[in-house]
Each structure stands twice: as structure tokens, then as C-alpha cells.
Design a protein around this ligand. Structure first.
Ligand SMILES: CCCCCCCCCC(=O)SCCNC(=O)CCNC(=O)[C@H](O)C(C)(C)COP(=O)(O)OP(=O)(O)OC[C@H]1O[C@@H](n2cnc3c(N)ncnc32)[C@H](O)[C@@H]1OP(=O)(O)O
Length: 194
């Protein structure tokens, strides 16, 4: 069964997403937006270490290999971890728009069990934008980019200002991220679409 809820259907005045002129070229690895991110950061020993690449238009591909630390049932990935992989891939799309946005809603279909050791091949695209609302969709496949669908998701991201993180985040982590020597990571966290 699938079909997302009404709040994930773009309104009539929604427009097509526009890839930012400075978006990374198709095929380029995005790298982590934050070293301590559970989805993509290299500093999280049990994180997903998800690797995302820019695609054509406003699309992303990503890979995530399920580790023993990601189990729910014996030998199988935890559903929340799979949702994280989808969320992280969808969140990466915003870098192609050069918009800072956070997940407002994420609806996930779990179609097939995903074993430990399996690599999930994810693809995601922005389908529409309406004001601050960014509509997107993602799938995760097994056995290769054209393999059977194991998970899929529809999402609504909401554009926020950098103040969102300053107001709600912890000061120490905010300061560390703001002084990250990696200019691209700093920009991904704190630059808005001009
Ligand atoms: C910097 C790089 C970051 C990359 C991160 C990648 C990691 C993956 C992404 C994440 O996991 S982000 C972390 C998880 N998400 C959050 O912590 C967000 C927590 N929620 C909030 O902070 C606020 O609820 C939110 C910013 C999403 C919205 O609050 P606002 O006060 O800014 O907006 P508002 O409530 O006025 O809603 C704006 C529009 O979005 C709609 N909306 C908001 N939340 C919604 C929702 N949950 N479902 C449906 N629609 C929603 C809302 O109806 C409205 O539509 P209209 O403009 O048509 O009236």
C-alpha cells in the first residue's frame, strides 16, 4: 500500500524546483554537511555514513550500507534507521536549491526487509516548491540502483533561517559548526539562497 497524505500533495500554486547555478555538478560527491551528523558525518562511529551525490536537476543519489549497529530484528535493519537514510538523502536535496530547510513531515513505506550488510541505493528528487514548503520523494533499492524497492518516502521540508539552529541548537555545537574550517560544510549549514 502507498499514497501520501493530503499535506504532502503540493498546492495548486506550487512551482517546479530550480537547481541553483552553483549546485555541485551531476556525479559530484556532496560530502558530509556536518561531521557529527548521524546520517552522513564521519565522526559518528555508529552513524550511517551515507554518501550522497548530486544528480541531474534537483535530484540526489546516495548509498548506505547497513551495519550490525543498525539492527532492529536480528540480522535486519531497524525501520527508524531506514527512515533516517531517507531523511538524510531528502535533506541533501536542499543543498542543490541552496536553501536551508528542515523536515516537517516524512512518510515512509517499508516494502522489503533490508538485511545487515546490504547496501541501500537511494534516489531522491524535489518535485515542487510552494513558498517555504519543499516537496520531495525518495526510494531505496536493494542489489543495485535498478534493484527492487525496499523503502520509499514522501516528505515536506520547510525552509528556515539560520536562527532556527542558533535558537534551538546547543551553543557549543553551533559554535563548532560555525567555525568549521571546511568552507563548503559551513556554507551548507548556514548559507541561504540569495
Ligand atoms: C543545514 C543542513 C541541514 C541538513 C539536515 C539533513 C538532515 C535531515 C533533515 C532533518 O532531519 S531536520 C530535523 C528534523 N526536523 C525538525 O527538527 C523540524 C522541527 N519542526 C520545526 O522546527 C517546525 O515545525 C517547522 C520549521 C518545520 C515549521 O515551523 P514554522 O513555524 O517555521 O512554520 P509553520 O508552522 O508556519 O509552517 C509553514 C508551512 O509549512 C506547513 N507545515 C509545517 N509543518 C508541517 C507538517 N509537519 N506537515 C504538513 N505541513 C507542515 C504549514 O502548514 C505551513 O503551510 P502554509 O504556508 O501553507 O500555511
Amino acid at each position: 500500500m502507498s499514497g501520501s497524505s493530503a499535506s504532502l500533495q503540493p498546492p495548486a500554486d506550487a512551482v517546479k524546483p530550480v537547481r541553483h547555478p552553483d549546485a555541485p555538478a551531476p556525479g559530484e560527491l556532496l560530502g558530509a554537511h556536518y561531521g557529527a551528523c548521524f546520517g552522513c558525518g564521519s565522526e559518528q562511529p555508529h552513524g550511517l555514513h551515507l554518501q550522497a551525490r548530486a544528480g541531474e536537476g534537483v535530484s540526489i543519489t546516495a548509498e548506505f550500507t547497513v551495519q550490525p549497529a543498525h539492527q532492529g530484528a536480528p540480522g535486519l535493519a531497524h525501520g527508524g534507521v531506514l527512515a533516517t537514510a531517507l531523511d538524510e538523502t531528502l535533506g541533501s536535496l536542499n543543498w542543490l536549491l541552496r536553501t536551508i530547510a528542515v523536515t516537517g513531515r516524512l512518510e515512509t513505506d517499508f516494502v522489503r526487509p533490508v538485511p545487515v550488510g546490504a547496501t541501500l541505493y537511494l534516489e531522491a528528487e524535489v518535485t515542487a516548491v510552494a513558498g517555504r514548503k519543499i516537496y520531495s520523494t525518495a526510494t531505496g533499492r536493494l542489489d543495485g540502483p535498478d534493484g527492487p524497492v525496499a523503502v520509499r518516502a514522501d516528505a515536506l521540508f520547510v525552509e528556515v533561517k539560520v536562527d532556527h539552529f542558533v535558537e534551538h541548537g546547543r551553543e557549543a555545537e553551533i559554535k563548532a559548526a560555525m567555525s568549521d574550517p571546511d568552507q563548503t560544510r559551513r556554507a551548507r549549514a548556514f548559507e541561504v539562497n540569495p
